[in-house]
Write a protein that binds this ligand. Sequence first.
Ligand SMILES: NC(=O)c1ccc[n+]([C@@H]2O[C@H](COP(=O)([O-])OP(=O)(O)OC[C@H]3O[C@@H](n4cnc5c(N)ncnc54)[C@H](OP(=O)(O)O)[C@@H]3O)[C@@H](O)[C@H]2O)c1
Length: 419
Amino acid sequence: MGHGDWKDMFKGVHENDIELVRYHIRMGVDLNYQHPEFLTSPLMESIRGNHLEIMALLLENGALPDLKEVDSNQEPSELAKRLGNIEAIKLLNQYLPPDKRLDLSSVILHKATMKAVICTKYGAPEEVLQLKQVAKPSPKEDEILVKIVATAVNSGDVRVRGLAVKGFMRIMMQLIMGFKRPRKPILGTVFAGTVEQIGKQVKNFQVGDEVFGMTGFNFGTYAEYIALNQNANVSLKPQNATFEEAAAIVFGGQTAIYFLEKTRIQQRKMPKILLIGATGAVGTAALQIARHFGATITAVCSSRGASVVKRLGVDDIILYDQTDFTQCSQKFDIIFDAVGVSTSKQCRHLLNTGGIYKTVGGLDYASETKAQLALLKKLFENGELQATIDQIFTMEKIVAAHQYVDRGRKKGNVVLKVA
Ligand SMILES: NC(=O)c1ccc[n+]([C@@H]2O[C@H](COP(=O)([O-])OP(=O)(O)OC[C@H]3O[C@@H](n4cnc5c(N)ncnc54)[C@H](OP(=O)(O)O)[C@@H]3O)[C@@H](O)[C@H]2O)c1
């Protein structure tokens, strides 16, 4: 049987198309054939995708349950155990000799937990953040299970953890997040990782896809795994990005695109922009995205941050610890405050006719779209966007990571390495 037929049958396994698989079995395809391009067998793929009917069909027709996988030398039962796929284990056990069968109780234990950081109540990092074993999610029919490799500690996370807002906004936040403690105790909103399992109805992703995205108010990314709807704010990560870089560009990148689009930057011809607070997660992303749209950029930052913005490339810099930017003699088409330290009133006189002022510090809240992720992916892949990473912490150092971000001085992003 030629590769084409084998590939076609493999496609059937992937897409959970049992008739296609049945057809190729009838045609005599070798079920244990491992094409180097795929580095896996149909049986392994059916376990990964949780396609139990196909798995049973493959086993009945001679797929070997103790087949070694080409790339990692793993057995199907080890994969099923790692995924906590109890039904797959039960099926495999029927085809394995008694001494090779897996003990289900150890599998159930394995399935049950994952490492995650939970926030027990609002407060200081050392008082409220704990690394714990919690229930591992399993994907529903239209969900993917992502094994997270990296996340980031963002300004939004520390704000929620510390309930660091005042007045009316504080009550709003408590209504949304929970009164005494976050209703969703696993914080973290961005992730980069690998799709490890897919539900039956999933068409948009495949097992093994390297993805990145943001969960927003659903949080949950300070964890080894997250289950997400296939239509959620998740996309293939930039091919040339490490997982750490991919996790670092999401929060600032999506926020920057949201606000810059509101300034109608795309419709303006070579706009002049004043970027206040160019060195944070939002600022470093906004700088690069504005440049992509052909803007001439004047960045406002501290002397400490000057080297960061110089490296990213700006036309002019105003050091706020030496000069008051509101006294600037130039005028701009766009003023974007990416750190929320100014008011429209302070900046109005710096705008050209038809100019616009936007700030992250107002009541407008950025919303995430897949189109934003697509733009970030494109810009990273063509070299127009780089990740600005200040520090990388391990999950065990979550308290130190939050304390660092709490200071409000980070340059770009703080990454949390999960795996
Ligand atoms: N509305 C929304 O939808 C939305 C979404 C995301 C974020 N935000 C808000 O946007 C703000 C920025 O977020 P982020 O993640 O980029 O924060 P971040 O990374 O923590 O920003 C810190 C950076 O701001 C710089 N900075 C501090 N004070 C400054 C000042 N007076 N002028 C200029 N730069 C200053 C700091 O450098 P130096 O200390 O060296 O100056 C540091 O590099 C946060 O308040 C966040 O809550 C809002």
